[in-house]
Design a protein around this ligand. Structure first.
Ligand SMILES: *Cc1c(COP(=O)(O)O)cnc(C)c1O
Length: 417
């Protein structure tokens, strides 16, 4: 094949050889813990490569040993995931949190400084502020809209700028769709790197990936996903992924082997199935989200809409950064109803089609109340500063008929009155 096919064309076949599985057109679930070696010599050779005692010879693939180290469902899934981000390699995990925590533990050591964007996903924020300090790792944070110079000052003000080892960002930020500049963050990483130390940049791309934003192209070293969200896309599996160069993913997989937090064969198989419709699902979700946002923008009971599509030239830098790094307006919309918690709850309790649940990126539309649900752990002061108020609703737009979604939102807004 000479033509370079698009990822969506390869999701049904890439990396799978039917002749190795009785001709089955679909990759079976390799529900096995261990693999038989053809000979003792082969087992020895597999271990040498797996444990890094020697590098693989030309054309030699890592042999199958034990499902904590590798398994066909995971390997094929990892190969397919690399196509969207054009990454060299990928490691899949049993949850987004296990992908994130494994990266933080691999690239940080006691005494190191971590720089994060704020706000982060609640679980990541808790691990960084509640658990990493026990290992002698502290964090400094910056906000969307701060310039490179301001961010450098924040790092220098910690007094341990020379210990900066990793920058970890999430963009767009949840639930306000604030934008962080990936390339700008890379420039900060480079500013603090030296001949004997590389400061790496990791980006949680769950909100926009893997279709609508490709952080590696803007200088990120590692991309992280909660594959529970768009990649899985059916609210029936928890999983995670990390992508980057072969060299960095080798380190991530090394720690994964010993933490034992790889995805199971069944999870791998479910995600392979999900990937076949990923592009179709995400296309419909972003199409629907545009329609829903247009409706909300015009509604008299809606005070403010937080949607990437609402960022215009008037927003200056935000507009340029958005255009540089986002290929779509995404499928997430937050909005403020007129009123407070009472009105927001009345809206949520009146929905008929849209489900009242946290999580995002799935086929069904979901709605939740960030201030009392996903972001309840954020300090009240900070919550206010970030505009996460009692009147805010967060929507994850699904693949239903958009007119039905809008009808449901419309009748629930009317119920407030
Ligand atoms: C859901 C989510 C996570 C955590 O992923 P799990 O699969 O639930 O462990 C991390 N980051 C973001 C942005 C998320 O939305």
């Amino acid at each position: 094949m000479t033509r370079k096919m698009k990822p969506e064309s390869l999701m049904m076949s890439y990396g799978y050889k039917p002749e190795l599985s009785e001709g089955a057109v679909k990759c079976p679930i390799f529900q096995t813990s261990t693999f038989v070696f053809k000979s003792a010599e082969e087992g020895k050779a597999f271990f040498e490569v797996a444990y890094g005692h020697r590098s693989a010879n030309e054309g030699e693939e890592l042999g199958l040993i034990y499902s904590r180290i590798n398994n066909p469902d995971l390997e094929i899934l990892e190969n397919r995931l690399t196509l969207w981000d054009e990454a060299e390699d990928c490691a899949v995990f049993e949850s987004g949190m296990s992908a994130i925590t494994t990266v933080l533990l691999e690239f940080l050591k006691p005494g190191d400084l971590l720089l994060i964007s704020s706000p982060l996903y609640g679980g990541s924020d808790h691990f960084i502020k509640g658990i990493l300090p026990k290992f002698g790792i502290c964090a400094a944070e910056f906000r969307a809209g701060q310039s490179k110079e301001e961010i450098i000052k924040i790092v220098e003000a910690t007094g341990c700028a020379d210990k900066l080892a990793l920058i970890y960002i999430e963009t767009p930020a949840n639930p306000t769709n604030d934008i962080i500049d990936i390339q700008g963050s890379k420039e900060v990483a480079e500013y603090f790197s030296s001949d004997n130390k590389t400061v790496y940049l990791a980006v949680d791309n769950t909100y926009m990936g893997p279709l609508w934003q490709h952080p590696l192209k803007h200088g990120a070293d590692l991309v992280l996903y909660s594959a529970t969200k768009y990649i899985g896309g059916h609210s029936d599996v928890i999983a995670g992924a990390c992508l980057g160069t072969k060299e960095l993913i080798k380190r991530v997989k090394g720690l994964r082997t010993f933490l034992g937090n790889m995805a199971s064969p069944n999870t791998g198989w479910l995600l392979l199935r999900s990937l076949e419709t990923l592009k179709a699902r995400m296309d419909i979700q972003s199409f629907n989200a545009d329609k829903v946002a247009q409706f909300l923008n015009e509604h008299k009971l809606v005070e403010k809409v937080y949607f990437l599509g609402n960022i215009t030239e008037k927003d200056g830098d935000r507009f340029h950064i958005k255009n540089k790094q986002c290929l779509s307006n995404g499928g997430m919309i937050s909005f403020d109803v007129k009123g407070g918690e009472k009105e927001a709850f009345k809206f949520l309790n009146s929905l008929k089609l849209i489900k009242l649940a946290v999580s995002l990126g799935s086929t069904e539309s979901l709605a939740e109340h960030p201030a009392t649900m996903t972001h309840v752990d954020v300090e009240p002061e900070l919550r206010k500063e970030l505009s996460i108020t009692e009147k805010m609703i967060r929507l994850s737009v699904g693949v239903e008929n958009y007119e039905d979604i809008i009808y449901d939102i419309s009748q629930a807004l009317e119920a407030i009155q």
